[in-house]
Design a protein around this ligand. Structure first.
Ligand SMILES: Cc1cc2nc3c(=O)[nH]c(=O)nc-3n(C[C@H](O)[C@H](O)[C@H](O)COP(=O)(O)OP(=O)(O)OC[C@H]3O[C@@H](n4cnc5c(N)ncnc54)[C@H](O)[C@@H]3O)c2cc1C
Length: 557
């Protein structure tokens, strides 16, 4: 194992859209920037983002929709920034030559669930990947280095200020000690702590762990969104719930369309959260399909709906040997976006000097649930703010150097690492967390289930507290595992504490919303005696709701 030393004004962890935007903003302010990422990001999957450009739409209406969608728990200041700066992002990208789909002169806007008018701007269905390519071109022109395959392990601190980052490059068998004036966390969310997730495997809550260990607070960790229908049999593949609106049917093992008991209008009339909940309840009641989901039957759809209008899914399944026009599949809810995360202020500062964060790793913007398309807006808007704030912080405060004592400690702690693979016990522990979270802390929760999850996670925390990694590869895996344990622990603790149902958090034992006691966000702060939880009152959505329903919008230019 070799140590490698690097220096930059601003180090950015994560090369999704939030990280790339931060890198551009920081380098645009003259900072030297270094970007590390360990692997795949969710951002290339972004179809589009919300921007209020339809006739009749406005930042105000967008703000109201966002607060209503968030069950009134949104951090209003952050939600204002999100909704107020979305159009600027659109214009900025157009200025760089990026084209959004139009029909005649007007934008071709889609209307995500929860938006009171069409609002999602997009370039076909690859806005995320195309905009990332554009940003990478610009970064490479500016000679900003992006190091892929490098996992950030922990922040380095001197006198409570961030002074750098410890990272691992397992393929090179190297440990990197990076001096930095400021660090931006853009690690994405944590849905990889669940057995079934729509996200890349490596998105497991590393940013939550890093920020929390450095002293930052996390909030709204109980709010995890679930995509209702991810195919689990015959192959694990994504499929769109919009096919239910076209007439697709969900059936249980008794061949009943169980959704009709609650929603006689059919599957297509049910919101995604409710759909995920009803499917999870049906499975829990023992009425699931052979492989633990429910059946999704699309065979009754006219062929053109699948083969022409939804050809992406039709072909994806066909490539996997499944013909959706003749076969039904088994689907179940899968973990999707984390609403909670690192607590930030309007400048993306995390309360630890020199530490900034943006994107899904942060919490508060979306409250208890996010509108479809709002994660896209978030990562473009806040990535830029975080990068700019970090660069300004370094201009004001200068570089911080890693103390010699810290360097000696790193050498002593890790100098013995040999070349080698990670032990299977770490993989087994990860699998146990994923199964536990899926079983007890998924779309349907209860006090008993959460307590059981808490016990299993505590046992794992104890087992791996003093585990000594023997190689860089194992250290990387161990770091992920410890972040998964912490993330799972905090999701479960917050879900236990919130004794009501709101947004994407559903408690079987407290099935209704309780504004009297719970119009609050749960904030978790690392304390001397463990996790300190406080609940801060939020404004609710009533004052933000206004004339939402009465407004009509049209496609706009
Ligand atoms: C299939 C799918 C479709 C979606 N569609 C939409 C949509 O149309 N509109 C919308 O608004 N939202 C959508 N979302 C949600 C959206 O994609 C995410 O919320 C958003 O992309 C998160 O961006 P990010 O930059 O914060 O993180 P990510 O894009 O997830 O990037 C995180 C980065 O951090 C890196 N990383 C993580 N930990 C470490 C570490 N320890 N060290 C180094 N690097 C690390 C990862 O490798 C990655 O590069 C979708 C999500 C999925 C999965």
């Amino acid at each position: 194992m070799r140590f490698r030393e690097l220096t930059a004004d601003v180090v950015i962890v994560g090369a999704g859209i939030a990280g790339l935007r931060a890198a551009l903003a920081a380098s645009g302010r003259g900072a030297s920037v270094l970007l590390v990422s360990k692997g795949a990001a969710a951002s290339p999957a972004v179809i589009g983002f919300n921007a209020p450009v339809a006739c009749g739409d406005s930042a105000e209406l967008f703000f109201r929709d966002t607060c209503v969608g968030g069950g009134g728990l949104n951090d209003r200041e952050l939600a204002r920034l999100l909704t107020g700066q979305a159009v600027e992002v659109l214009r900025e990208f157009e200025g760089l030559g990026f084209s959004f789909d139009r029909e005649d002169a007007a934008y071709d806007l889609l209307q995500p669930l929860g938006c009171s008018c069409p609002r999602l701007v997009h370039q076909s269905n690859h806005t995320g990947s195309a905009s990332m390519a554009l940003m990478r071109e610009e970064l490479s022109r500016r000679q900003v280095k992006e190091y892929a395959g490098v996992t950030a392990l922990d922040l380095l601190l001197t006198r409570q200020r961030v002074c750098g980052l410890l990272a691992a490059a397992p393929l090179q068998d190297e440990l990197w000690v990076i001096s930095a004036g400021a660090v931006v966390l853009a690690n994405g969310g944590g849905s990889g702590i669940y057995a079934d997730s729509t996200y890349p495997d490596g998105i497991v809550g590393d940013g939550y762990g890093m920020a929390y260990r450095a002293g930052a607070s996390l909030l709204d960790m109980e709010f995890v969104q679930f995509e209702p229908c991810r195919c689990l049999w015959p192959r694990k593949l994504g499929i769109s719930t919009t096919l239910l609106a076209k007439g697709g049917e969900l059936r249980n093992r008794l061949d009943e369309r169980f959704i009709l008991k609650r929603y006689p209008g059919g599957e297509g009339t049910v919101s995604k959260d409710m759909l995920a909940r009803l499917i999870a309840l049906e499975i829990k009641a023992g009425n699931g399909s052979e492989h633990g989901g429910v059946y999704l039957d699309l065979r009754m759809l006219p062929e053109k709906v699948l083969k022409r209008d939804h050809s992406m899914y039709y072909e994806r399944f066909l490539r996997a040997g499944i013909d959706l026009t003749t076969e039904r599949i088994e689907v179940a809810p899968a973990a999707h976006t984390f609403m909670g995360g690192v607590k930030i202020d309007a400048g993306c500062a995390c309360g630890v000097p020199g530490l900034f964060a943006a994107g899904e790793v942060t919490g508060g913007i979306h409250g208890a649930n996010r509108l479809g398309g709002n994660a896209g807006t978030e990562i473009y808007v806040f990535g830029k703010i975080a990068g700019a704030s970090a660069a300004e912080y370094v201009q004001r405060n200068g570089q911080a150097s890693i103390p010699d004592q810290e360097r000696r400690m790193i050498a002593e702690r890790f100098g013995h690492l040999q070349d080698g693979d990670a032990s299977a016990v770490i993989q087994n522990a990860k699998a146990l967390i994923r199964n536990t979270m899926g079983m007890y802390a998924g779309a349907v929760r209860s006090a008993d289930g959460l307590a059981q999850a808490g016990r299993i996670i505590q046992e794992l925390a104890t087992e791996f507290k003093n585990y000594q990694a023997v190689s860089v590869r194992e250290l990387t895996q161990l770091s992920e595992l410890q972040n998964m344990i912490l993330t799972a622990e905090l999701v479960v603790a917050a879900a236990e504490r919130r004794r009501e149902s709101r947004g994407v958090h559903y408690r079987e034992d407290f099935p209704t919303r309780d504004d009297r006691h719970w119009c609050k966000s749960i904030i978790i702060t690392p304390g001397a005696a463990g996790h300190e939880m406080t609940a801060v009152a939020r404004d609710g959505e009533n004052s933000a709701e206004g004339s939402r329903a009465a407004t009509t919008c049209q496609r706009g230019s």
